[in-house]
Design a binder for this molecule. Sequence first.
Ligand code: IVH
Length: 674
Amino acid sequence: MDSKLAKNRIRELRSQIQYHNRRYYQLDDPEISDAEYDRLMRELIKLENEFPDPDIALSPTRRVGAPPVEKFATVDHLTPMLSLANAFSEEEMLDFNERIRRLLDRDQDISFVTEPKIDGVAVNLVYEKGELSVGSTRGDGIVGENITANIKTIHSIPLKITRRDDIPVPDLIEIRGEVYMEIAAFDALNHRRLRDGDAPFANPRNAAAGSLRQLDPKITSRRPLDIFCYAVGAVTGISFRSHWELLQTISRWGFPINPLIMQAHDIGECINYYRDINKQREQLAYEIDGVVVKVDSLDIQDQLGFVSRSPRWAIACKFPATQETTIIEDIIIQVGRTGVLTPVALMKPVRVGGVMVSRATLHNLDEIRKKDVRIGDTVIIQRAGDVIPEVVKVVSSLRKGTETIFDMPVRCPECRSDVVRLPGESAHRCIGLACPAQIREHIRHFASRGGMDIEGLGDKLVSQLVETGTINDPADLYYLSEEKLLPLERMAKKSAANLIASITKSKNPTLEKFIYALGIRHVGEHIARLLAKRFPSLPELINASEDDLIRIPEIGPEVAGSLTRFFRVPANLEILKKLSAAGVVPITTAPRHGGSLVGKSFVFTGTLPNITRNRAKEIVESLGGNVTAAITKSSDYVVAGEAPGSKIEKARAAGVVILNGEEFLKLTGNGEKR
Ligand code: IVH
């Protein structure tokens, strides 16, 4: 690969990984499988090694997770919460052993501790004078979310360290572990949720994460959460010689440690452990995704130290992806936002890697033909997406001859319009312009988190709004009123008011989110970001020619053509006009005059009425400024919303300029357009 290609790929991988970090760590809603994520990460690590660049410090390979979301206060971890390097095979476990031996005296005996790798949520528990003071999530590894109230509802987490005569209680200690939900408890929870009409969680990890990040600790307390502790962060007043000793000590203090943790005297024993635990995996009451091997001696751990985001003395050995066998009972069609018809297999429910699955995407007719999938077939499926499983292959030896061959329908199952397949495309499409499925998916995409991010506008509600004819396009959302909403099912005055408030809140998205929300073909979040960087505002993008667009790195004729075509369709321009008339105006992200806020430091406090805090932060950063959580000597502006709290007094005392929401938008050049 030449260096220009490599640079582009590095940039692309970084932004993809950042996106997936956000889905996983902040939204508890991953889109890709852990295996797929690991592949992206490894490709990036490899390229960064071969083609060093100055931006490496900001690369996701140097960071853990994603910054905390805003609904919780933040906590600075006393020592960083690191991640682990991965091994995907026994060979890579041997490589790990070789690596550490090269760094140390070759003949030294090195023994290990081997542990199951729990698939849950990492937490940090701070104990001061033996009492639990703060519990937090990992966040980006440096700053986490303060979830103390929720942590305290987990019964197996001691509120006080159990005193033992032979061990002193440290003045201060950070205990680290993984909060998880048992599979049986997860199944029961999902069962209840389905009964109550709530969306089920995709897997126990998401259920644990979602439960821990409830604003109301009462809800957390009703969720069956548990913990296994496996590490210590900052500690004063006691020291340990080995990891094993550390685990035994915290166990005697009352912290649950995993019963399968063992000592191993060499890498061979670690590999045996890995095989052994993999065999037991399906029988365990909780989900694990591998084993962790750690050098036992803390002295040797110190000698080995860290590389970027992970310790050299430990490795996560991942299990191969799980496969299962089941039967395809039917194949149905889903109509997407662009009219694409996707065949989906409905299968006899089966547990794959701990999660029940009953649907698998079959992608398109070519795929079905290539794999020769028929209704009634026994198939091997693989949980690739951890959310969306796929059919790996048909077990043809189990064919009975009664299986039926599937064909695409000639009419759209939702609107009865013709279905066509354009030359050169693998997809079949519905050509109906008024297809309710397309309108619905289009509006869902528009309102999604990556787009206008309209909170509380769930899939069910969008379906209802479209089916009842209350809205027909995305712009109609901004013309909704209480009278229009109240006749809907399960819609009370309060929920209608909340919905309208969150729709109103979405009126000033960043330009990139706005572009993404439009749902233009081939324009995903990454391309939208490139466009928003290049064009200071929407009109400039609308008027751009194909040549202008192709000049942007990473944008080719296909994307350029799709964009110019989109902005030529009168109906699309009509919707843009309608949006703007309703006051929907994307905020500037590409600096017009260089970064006007370079060197300026902002603090936000209270709720801003006209803009979400994330967007406000994005504006500041796009103009070269930075945002901090606390007021310091170097703060320049405090932007205060409603209920600003004590920061406002601090700001006054420190003589920092205080702005309200309107003044903030004026300062950043977004005010005049409102
Ligand atoms: S040790 C510095 N031990 O896996 C090492 N982590 O991929 C800190 N995890 O962030 C981690 N089980 O959330 C360790 N027995 C175990 C673990 C474990 C699960 C998680 C943890 C960590 C992630 C790293």
